[in-house]
Design a protein around this ligand. Structure first.
Ligand SMILES: *Cc1c(COP(=O)(O)O)cnc(C)c1O
Length: 389
């Protein structure tokens, strides 16, 4: 086999991204500066919000952490989220001094089930973190109604959902906060990076202070009109700022966001059509009132139906030169959370079975038509070839 290995989640980096990084290096301005500001403005425009509603940070994990602190929740308050997410969602809750509580997902959309959220609410619940899984939006009308009824803060984990819309409204603009990721494998990348979108300007102002050591950017104005600018530390913050080197990549990535989305949509649809006759579970087609972010294309490999289990499926594809991902093992499968919170996977049975059966196929906008067909043929061979002998 002479085909090169198809890496899962390959970033789509172009010459203009590279040139912008080199230009940053030549100016000597590497840290937070004009390119971060331009990236924030471009992101705000993309989301149709004012520039004082966004703050760039160095990861989505940081965005979630800072949002939860800026939301002023009581220490130890319960925060409801999904067991079918990256560990960072729950780790950020814990780092913010809060208590994670899981609510199972809907088997069709694989997003958190609003009925399960309601069932998990206690007098200690103060927030909900819905995750727009794979780029499919959560049922935000029902979630916002529940939040309103119980007085809960909503923080959207939009790590998969830059382009996602629900009933004509963009992901990240429903809750008090929306948190985005520009990690290597995400739809828009800066290598590492994140963005906070907040409905209220004071929330973003606080988030910016928290993300840079708790240093106030405008306290100095009270002391001096000219000359040396003193900063003032107004709370114990974090080192979560984005660098111009990162924003340099992000500026061009964001300019191509719709073009790359169209390419991923095309690959996603090719997979969806190509696998319709196979004994594998396919993702749900998005409803007409939903704009899918097409971050992941996930299949379910039930060994009783496919004659092969998920891990063997992944190994066989790997042998053919096709990289895959697992999004995600249910959080309750991990020893840390089991020990600390007593979680058992069977408490969230839908997430448990998805986590044990799911595999994500390559969906980078960099994939050529030949590579897309190669993945399709590989999956057909692994699933159907065995059956035919
Ligand atoms: C990637 C991811 C994160 C964390 O993003 P980072 O930018 O790597 O911190 C959080 N939540 C979900 C659902 C993710 O996929």
């Amino acid at each position: 086999m002479t085909d090169p290995y198809i890496v899962f989640g390959a970033p789509d980096i172009r010459e203009e991204d590279i040139a912008e990084v080199v230009a940053s290096l030549r100016t000597g301005w590497l840290g937070t500066g004009p390119k971060v500001m331009a990236f924030e403005q471009a992101f705000a425009r993309y989301k149709n919000v004012g520039e004082h509603h966004v703050a760039a940070v160095n990861s989505c994990t940081a965005a979630l952490h800072v949002s939860m602190i800026a939301a002023n929740l009581d220490p130890g308050a319960e925060v409801i989220t999904t067991p079918l997410t990256f560990c960072a969602t729950v780790n950020a809750i814990i780092h913010a001094g809060l208590t994670p509580v899981l609510a199972d997902v809907d088997a069709r959309t694989q997003c958190i089930d609003p009925a399960a959220i309601e069932a998990a609410i206690t007098p200690r619940t103060q927030a909900i973190i819905p995750v727009h899984f794979a780029g499919h939006p959560c049922e935000m009308d029902r979630i916002m109604a529940i939040a309103q009824k119980h007085g809960l803060v909503v923080i959207e984990d939009c790590a998969h959902a830059i382009e996602t819309e629900y009933r004509g409204r963009k992901a990240g603009t429903f809750g008090s906060f929306g948190c985005f990721s520009f990690y290597v494998t995400k739809n828009v990348t800066t290598g590492e990076g994140g963005m906070i979108l907040a409905r209220s300007e004071p929330h973003i102002a606080r988030a910016k202070v928290l993300a840079l050591h708790g240093m106030s950017r405008d306290a100095w104005r009270r002391f001096s009109d000219s000359g040396f600018k003193h900063y003032q530390v107004v709370e114990c913050g974090f080192k979560y700022n984005m660098m111009d080197l990162q924003a340099a990549v992000g500026l061009h990535q964001l300019a191509r966001v719709e073009q790359c989305w169209s390419r991923r949509q095309s690959i996603w649809r090719q997979y969806q059509n190509a696998f319709s006759d196979l004994e594998i579970g396919r993702p749900c087609d998005p409803d007409p009132d939903v704009r899918h972010g097409h971050h992941l294309y996930t299949v379910r490999i039930d060994s009783a139906r496919c004659g092969i289990d998920r891990d063997a499926f992944i190994d066989r594809l790997h042998g053919l030169g096709i990289g895959t991902g697992v999004h995600y093992l249910s959080l309750a499968e991990h020893p840390y959370y089991r020990q600390r919170y007593g979680w058992q996977p069977q408490q969230w049975p839908v997430a448990r079975s998805i986590g044990r059966e799911t595999a994500s196929l390559p969906l980078s906008s960099k994939l050529s038509d030949d590579e897309t067909h190669f993945v399709i043929e590989g999956v057909r061979r692994v699933v159907d070839g065995d059956r035919r002998g």
